[in-house]
Ligand binder design. Structure first.
Ligand code: AMP
Ligand code: TRP
Length: 338
């Protein structure tokens, strides 16, 4: 079975971020910062996945605020809404519709293996709901609705991408070429920025404040958090992710944010201590984030325009989604709409 059912045009890139917590420098490096570079060569869709966010309890007013905040951040990194489709997941009901169909082509055993489900059910023992369990199927629906070729994500999403591919292949094997089978697009370095306080874990927006640099953190907060970052008892600035995870994490951030190689960053600190590395990593974050924060404020000050962008994005996304959904309905044998 060929792996393409792609309509004519540029290949499609799709990604989503949950509007929960404050986006971190890890989100920026692993996902947001790469989106802008993809805009020129691909048809891009970027989504505020609000339906995924409610798999854990959310305060409604806070969630609404976070949705705007995230949409404004997408725009603040420079995405062009005249070109790229930027929208909210819940504005396009086809996501829920396709997710249901795909639920019927996904096995319990596959979902039980998902590490994010295991992690999240351990952290939210009082609310292990069915949505948390079928989360990867909704994510597969997000991706497959748009005949997506590649999905730029951090390393933590690899397993979810694999299940999306398995579902697409399974469906195509039964019904013919309905879905493009998507490829993960995970960066070689920076796919997993680590927690500042526990470099054995990824930096996560749902962890305590001092473990991450927030994309909206003011300069003094960034400097303070970096200064307190956990390193090791040595003194040599050397890139060794296994032996020196904390230091290597700082080198990775500095290297990516300043566009230099790891070796060149390492070379700068011969004979210097961790303090200098931390100070420079902090400045790199401050300098990268300052213009984004300014743009972010500008977008949040004009919610009418922000909402217009999201509505336009949802309209365009809906038209594409409807084509895939129509095909799925026909293939599966659901009652025709007219
Ligand atoms: P989430 O915060 O889980 O909605 O993730 C949004 C995007 O950021 C996904 O593509 C993640 O893989 C990516 N991401 C999240 N945390 C990190 C991290 N610590 N390092 C690199 N990428 C990350
Ligand atoms: N599950 C992803 C995360 O937590 C977010 C997401 C939802 C996503 N739908 C997606 C990412 C589709 C890429 C494509 O990071």
């Amino acid at each position: 079975m060929p792996e393409t059912a792609r309509p004519a045009g540029k290949p499609v890139i799709y990604s989503g971020i949950q509007p929960s917590g404050t986006l971190t420098i890890g989100n920026y490096i692993g996902s947001l910062s790469r989106f802008k570079q993809l805009e020129a060569d691909f048809d891009c869709l970027f989504c505020v996945v609000d339906m995924h966010a409610i798999t854990v309890r959310q305060d409604p007013a806070q969630l609404r605020g976070k949705i705007n905040e995230l949409a404004a951040l997408y725009l603040a990194v420079g995405l062009d809404p005249g070109n790229t489709i930027l929208y909210c997941q819940s504005h396009v009901p086809a996501h829920a519709e396709l997710a249901w169909v795909l639920d019927c082509f996904t096995y319990m055993g596959e979902l039980q293996r998902m590490t994010q489900f295991k992690d999240k059910s351990a952290r939210h023992e009082d609310n292990i709901n069915a949505g948390l369990f079928t989360y990867p199927v909704l994510m597969a629906a997000d991706i497959l609705l748009y005949q997506t070729s590649a999905v730029p994500v951090g390393a933590d999403q690899k397993q979810h991408l694999e299940i999306a591919r398995d579902i697409a292949i399974r469906f195509n094997n039964i019904y013919g070429n309905v879905f493009v089978v998507p490829e993960p697009y995970i960066p070689k370095i920076g796919a997993k920025i680590l927690s500042l306080q526990d470099p054995s874990r990824k930096m996560s927006k749902s962890d305590p404040e001092d473990t991450f640099i927030g994309m909206l953190d003011p300069p003094e907060v960034i400097r303070r958090k970096m200064k307190r970052a956990v390193t090791d008892s040595g003194a040599e600035v050397r890139f060794d992710p296994d032996g020196k995870p904390g230091v290597s994490n700082l080198i990775t951030m500095l290297s990516i944010l300043t566009g230099r190689t790891i070796a060149s960053v390492e070379g700068d600190y011969v004979g210097k201590g961790y303090g200098a590395l931390k100070a420079d990593a902090a400045e790199a974050c401050v300098e990268t984030l300052a213009p984004i924060q300014a743009e972010h404020r500008r977008w949040l000050a004009d919610l009418t325009e922000l909402n217009r962008v999201l509505k336009d994005g949802a309209d365009r996304a809906s038209r594409i989604a409807a084509r895939t959904m129509g095909k799925v309905r026909r293939k599966v044998g659901l009652a025709p709409l007219n």
